[in-house]
Design a binder for this molecule. Structure first.
Ligand code: 5GP
Ligand code: ZN
Length: 113
């Protein structure tokens, strides 16, 4: 997707602080962190939202499994962390390229705002 910011990060047209990358996924630090550790895990393929994953079941499950490696790498696996997938307007979704927020490094309140 030409105008998609996350596709541009995948294509290295926009710089990001990358934590993990392989042929299918990429994880990088959020530019506006909401916790001491705030990483975004994305598929390299442009998938718009959680409502569009039907064709990509294997890729989505691989992303879920990858979270463990990422939280171990950034050092929040033992203290705990939260994953968030915003979907649509009421969730405050800004970028319509599927992403999993991984947040940690502080006590996170519940319910979320
Ligand atoms: P959403 O609200 O769509 O779930 O989350 C989008 C996230 O992307 C936000 O947390 C925002 O800070 C982050 N973000 C937006 N633009 C960039 C960027 O250019 N680089 C990085 N690393 N994060 C971005
Ligand atoms: Zn995209």
């Amino acid at each position: 997707m030409e105008e998609c910011i996350f596709c541009k990060i995948v294509n290295k047209e926009i710089k990001a602080n990358v934590v993990y990358e392989d042929e299918k996924v990429m994880a990088f630090y959020d530019i506006n962190p909401q916790a001491p550790f705030h990483v975004l895990l994305i598929p390299k393929k442009h998938i718009s939202t959680l409502l569009d994953i039907e064709e990509d079941k294997i890729l989505i499950s691989e992303m879920m499994v990858k979270i463990k490696d990422i939280v171990e790498k950034i050092g929040i696996s033992k203290s705990g962390f939260r994953t968030v997938i915003n979907c649509g307007k009421d969730a405050g979704m800004d970028i319509f390229h599927l992403h999993i927020h991984i947040l940690g490094g502080r006590r996170l309140s519940w319910p979320p705002g």
